[in-house]
Every structure is written in structure tokens, then in C-alpha cells.
Design a protein around this ligand. Structure first.
Ligand code: ATP
Length: 234
């Protein structure tokens, strides 16, 4: 298993936001984490990264219990994270942003180079000399993902990669994530857009007010339209 969560809950102060979540993400799966605004998707991704402590619960990554690790150690172990607020360096060029993300190759992890990333995101290739701040929102999102891939992660967590970007760029983004799937990278992405999820994901998790309502293949989710009607904005 790439990720294995057992009985994970999370709180902000006294407010419980995640309720006893248990699920696994298998090697090579692209899993869409679905749910309405405020369902707890961002909180769950941060809890997997150990930016929020599971209380209680355990998180395993590639068989290792990472519960309580500092987030930078989780990242170094090969779990990449791209937050919703794209953290790129606005004063650095696209190429420089990618160089900053470079990490030594880890055993078994794909070895990303700037050239391979430019093949994955042709929009960025054309803009390689531009500064981060000159990019569109969608291009910045692509750069944030590409920079994380420079760290050669075994698995990446993407927080709403299609959020707030132009429709034509959403298509490019979907194509890139599908390509990551073809290359065997494990991806867990939070998403409010069921159409985007359908285009890229093999599996889905449905969160509703911090509880897991569904975990299975996208085909199974599609076979049960009452689920998406009840718990997703479609
Ligand atoms: P969105 O799509 O809006 O990002 P989400 O599914 O990612 O939604 P979360 O951001 O994880 O949901 O929020 C889950 C719940 O936790 C919401 O009720 C939210 O108001 C609450 N919450 C989020 N961040 C905090 C915080 N720092 N302090 C207190 N409550 C918070």
C-alpha cells in the first residue's frame, strides 16, 4: 500500500473536522478525494502530511508509520504535497523554480528532469524564462506541481488542482495528471469537480462533513448516482 490510514480523526481546537477515517491508496492509483466545500478535504491532506496531528489515528506511507513525523521529513520520505495556495517563487523564473525543487533521486522513484517536466507541461516550456508572477493562475498551478515532482516523490497529494483556472488550462491539467497515471505515479487529489475527477482518477473517496461515505473505483461511484447527488455538488 502507498497510503494506509487507520481511524484518523482531526480537530481544530475543540472542533472535530475529521471523523474516524480508514482507507488505503494503492500503488499507482489516482484517487479523487471528493466532497463539498468544507467537507474536510484540505484538512485530510494536511493530516496525511502531518501538518495537522491525527487525534487519534495512524498514517502509514509505504508501510512506514509516519504519524507524528515533522512534515519536512514526510516530504523527504517521498510524499509530495501541493497546497491549494500555489507556493511558487514569484521573483524566480520557471526554470529557477524547478531547480529549487530538485532533490536527490530516491530508490524506485521516477527521476524527473526539467526537460521531462516541460514535456509533461508544454505551457511551462514556452514560459521557462518568465518569472513566476508573470504566469497565469493555471500555469502557476502547473509550476507548483512540477516543482514538487522535481523532488521525485513516490506519491503526490494535490489540493484542488483544477480550482480557479481557465477551462482550456483545466484540460491541459487533466492531460498531465493522466500522463502521471500512465507513468505509474500514485496521486491523491482533492476535487469538487466530478467531471475533472472522472477524467483523471481511477478511484474515489467521498467525504461529507468529515466522514467517509464512499471508497471504491470511479466505475462503482458512477454506478451509484444517488451518492453523488447526496454528497457532491454536481
Ligand atoms: P474547501 O474546498 O473549501 O477547501 P475542504 O473540503 O477542503 O473545503 P476544509 O478546508 O478541510 O474543507 O475544512 C473543513 C472544516 O474545517 C470546515 O468546516 C472549515 O470551516 C473548518 N476549518 C478549516 N480550517 C480551519 C482552521 N484553521 N480553524 C478552524 N476551523 C477550520
Amino acid at each position: 500500500m502507498m497510503l494506509d490510514l487507520a481511524h484518523v480523526s482531526a480537530f481544530y481546537g475543540k472542533a472535530q473536522v475529521l471523523h474516524d477515517l480508514s482507507f488505503t491508496v494503492g500503488q499507482g492509483q489516482v484517487v479523487a478525494l471528493l466532497g463539498r466545500n468544507g467537507a474536510g478535504k484540505t484538512t485530510l491532506l494536511k493530516t496525511i502530511m502531518q501538518m495537522i496531528a491525527p487525534r487519534p489515528g495512524r498514517v502509514r506511507f509505504q508501510g512506514r508509520d509516519i504519524t507524528g513525523w515533522p512534515p519536512h521529513r514526510v516530504a523527504r520520505a517521498g510524499l509530495g504535497y501541493v497546497p491549494e495556495e500555489r507556493r511558487i517563487f514569484t521573483d524566480l523564473s520557471v526554470l529557477e523554480n524547478l531547480e529549487v525543487g530538485r532533490q536527490p533521486k530516491r530508490d524506485g522513484a521516477a527521476h524527473w528532469s526539467t526537460e521531462r517536466l516541460f514535456d509533461l507541461f508544454p505551457n511551462l516550456a514556452e514560459r521557462r524564462r518568465n518569472r513566476g508572477r508573470e504566469l497565469s493562475g493555471g500555469e502557476q498551478q502547473m509550476l507548483a506541481i512540477a516543482r514538487t515532482l522535481m523532488g521525485n516523490p513516490s506519491c503526490v497529494l494535490l489540493d484542488e488542482p483544477s480550482e480557479g483556472i481557465a477551462p482550456v488550462i483545466v484540460e491541459d491539467m487533466a492531460r498531465a495528471i493522466l500522463e502521471l497515471r500512465v507513468q505509474g505515479l500514485t496521486v491523491l487529489l482533492s476535487e469538487q469537480n466530478l467531471y475533472f475527477a472522472r477524467a483523471v482518477a481511477s478511484h474515489a473517496l467521498v467525504l461529507d462533513r468529515g466522514s467517509l461515505r464512499f471508497s471504491g473505483s470511479l466505475a462503482e461511484l458512477d454506478a451509484r448516482p444517488e451518492l453523488s447527488a447526496a454528497w457532491l455538488a454536481v
